[in-house]
Design a protein around this ligand. Structure first.
Ligand code: MLT
Length: 400
């Protein structure tokens, strides 16, 4: 063929991080079909959907089976019943949103990646390590990226000072990605730190893309939404998801909040996102929207809290093993991820290979989340209690 290709794809690693882990795992399985592998790599949940959700979805399926109640295309941003449930969810944090500021979607991953379409060639500032989608989706468009180191020195929570260091010149009009609680480190920004970010973004005419996919894991007194901070509606977009809180990794429902007054270069971001979504997205399936509405109801939120509590227990059990063995780790307290320092100076992929080969345990190599992730391994607490307990036994055997 003689067509021109998007050469930016040459800048990407050959495989997406979790695909690479899956590829190595498949190769190992093929060579060792008898191995009883425990997968604490990708953050995929294991408990079933809350009962209130499956009941609502079953009722919605019944509606689809009858001429009178059948529904075709959904409104692209979501039915009002779902948007109102999301609106009420935010009221729990003292945040008021207009329905027109909420756009439901089939996953935070899609929205985080698709939001890049709204912007021209700005400098993009991304923490390192980080959820690889922020980096890859910007690389696909040839965006210049400045990485803000998230290390032990700053408690894995880079602030505007790290951004200024990374950029190295006067900062103006940059796009900043923040994820709190953080994937992969589990670190969580407190109110003062988020206030500092909002102040910085407003002072420099920058935009924050805030990923709150893990907010339901917050146990302490930390903001669940960037919009809890005054002034955030003038400089931030937030992406949230039911994947981890309600077990929707296979069901798919998320949302993005684009404040109505957000403007740059004489263009309104809310109108642009609406234009983008109505052109390219036909809405979350009705049955799923009914399930999501149920997950966000008081009964649903109670069931979701029980799911989170179950996973939190796993994180505590795993954390105890590392403490006992003197292996440094962070996370787990306000997040489903434990960010573990590889013992004996091992590199991330080396430790990954050792655990896979020696004790048949799969984690995610920290280096896959960025160069500052080298020397770390991420473990998720989304396994079953049984699998997690067995993983702890194997870790005890492996760690001296
Ligand atoms: C992860 O393991 O980082 C997440 O499950 C990935 C995702 O949510 O897309």
């Amino acid at each position: 063929m003689k067509i021109r290709m998007n050469e930016n794809y040459r800048l990407l690693e050959k495989n997406y991080l979790f695909s690479e882990v899956a590829r190595r795992l498949a190769r190992f399985r093929e060579a060792h079909p008898e191995a009883k592998i425990i997968h604490l790599g990708i953050g995929d949940v294991t408990l079933p959907l809350p009962e209130v959700v499956t009941r609502a979805m079953a009722a919605a399926v019944e509606e689809m089976a009858s001429q009178e109640t059948f529904r075709g295309y959904a409104p692209e941003a979501g039915y009002d019943f779902l948007l109102e449930a999301i609106q009420r969810h935010y009221q729990r944090f003292g945040v008021e949103l207009a329905l027109g500021e909420i756009f439901s979607c089939d996953g935070a991953k899609s929205d985080v990646a698709n939001l890049t379409e709204l912007f021209g060639q700005n400098l993009v500032c991304i923490p390192d390590p980080v959820y690889p989608v922020y980096v890859d989706s910007n690389r696909m468009l040839g965006r210049e990226i400045a990485f803000m180191p998230a290390t032990e020195d700053n408690d894995y929570l880079p602030g505007p000072a790290e951004l200024e260091d990374a950029v190295g010149h006067t900062v103006e009009g940059v796009i900043i990605y923040l994820c709190s609680p953080n994937n992969p480190t589990g670190a969580v920004y407190d109110r003062a730190q988020l206030e500092e970010w909002v102040k910085f973004a407003r002072a420099t005419g920058s935009l924050i893309i805030f990923d709150s996919a893990y907010e339901s894991f917050i146990a302490g007194d930390y903001p669940h939404s960037i919009f809890e901070v005054e002034g955030a509606k003038e400089c931030a977009i937030e992406v949230a998801s039911l994947s981890k809180s309600a077990g929707f990794t296979g069901t798919r429902c998320s949302w993005t909040v684009v404040p109505a007054g957000l403007e740059a270069g004489g263009m309104n971001l809310n109108e642009m996102w609406s234009r983008r979504q109505t052109t390219k997205f036909n809405g979350v399936p009705y049955v799923v929207q009914r399930g999501a509405e149920a997950a966000l109801s008081p009964e649903g939120e109670a069931e979701c809290e029980a799911l989170v509590a179950y996973y939190r227990e796993n994180a505590q059990i795993m954390g105890a093993v590392f403490e006992e063995r003197g292996v440094a780790y962070t996370g787990g307290a306000n997040s489903p991820y434990l960010w573990v320092s590889c013992p004996n100076g091992m590199g991330s992929w080396e430790f990954f290979d050792r655990l896979l080969e020696d004790v048949h345990l799969v984690g995610t190599p920290g280096a896959g989340f960025g160069s500052c992730g080298e020397g770390h391994l991420r473990l998720t607490s989304f396994g079953s209690h049984e699998a997690t307990a067995e993983a702890c036994e194997r870790l005890r055997r492996y760690l001296p």
